[in-house]
Design a binder for this molecule. Sequence first.
Ligand code: PLP
Length: 348
Amino acid sequence: MTDAPHRLDCSAAALTANWRALARLSGAAACGAAVKADGYGLGAVAVATRLTEAGCRDFYVATWAEAAALAPALAGGPARIAVLHGARAADLAHADLPGVRPVLSTAAQVRRWREAGAGRACDVMVDTGMNRLGVAPEEVADGLLDGLALDTLLSHLACADEPDHPLNAVQRARFAALAGRTAAKRMSLANSAGIALGADYHFDLTRPGLAIYGGEPVPALGAVLRPVATVAAEVLQRRLVRAGETVGYNATWRAPADTAVVIANLGYADGYHRALSDRGRAYAEDAPLPVIGRVSMDLVALDATGIDIGEGDWLRFDPDLPATAAASGMSQYELLTGLGRRLERRWA
Ligand SMILES: *Cc1c(COP(=O)(O)O)cnc(C)c1O
């Protein structure tokens, strides 16, 4: 619907510029893209088709359902999809999508793929210290992966967004020790923040997610990234709130003086989280409007003092993910992936 009272404006130029910047920072390594959780909320098909045009060849989703939703859009093209959650028994029935391979992460998955995959390509995740998904380096040394059509050997960093954390170097060393120990064509360790850790962490292929979408996992990347997605919503009503009156549920905000207030068509059901009550910010042109009182399910109130906007005008909500994360106490990842289905993703 194009006349909806709220939308998500997505910039294809910013998306591809961010990916190209990350590809440059990846040096000699190729640069893939994590598009799980429907492209971090922006739309996996829209994101992956644009990034394929920009030169991206490796896309990561979490589940086979996500792979099935994305694969037709990339079919016949040069890009491939890897499914991070591997191949459960229930996945095998769907695991013959062309151009899609699993990232196997347990010995049982490896056995299952050996039996059912009929020699088809796969990736494998090794756990080097995060203790989340992955086979152990000892299992690799014991020959677990021998004979697999192994494309990429992956591991994942637990603390890449803390550059000084000692676990980074420990994980890197454990992963590097596997070089040449498997038939893998490529090795891949770094997510967005891992790219900023430097060339030692790049191996053959990097896998950024957050930074492509304008998130800043570490300040060092901030200088090269641009916001990609901006929530916009229409003003439903403008009112004058008299000094001493309150605004919104539970009357948490009280007007210190007569205050011009606008009510915008956006709420926590759209992913404008309740944690932004009294803390969020929108803009009319360049003029900032602070959120006042509680964010409702479908509405939010803003202080429009001195700003000439009213019913039918549009507001842009702050697209600065680090700032909004700091204001809300939520992570940049949650802010993106929580964006509501109701918002039309409008690419320009
Ligand atoms: C989500 C994910 C990524 C991307 O991480 P970002 O922090 O968003 O850059 C890379 N690799 C794996 C295994 C992931 O799960």
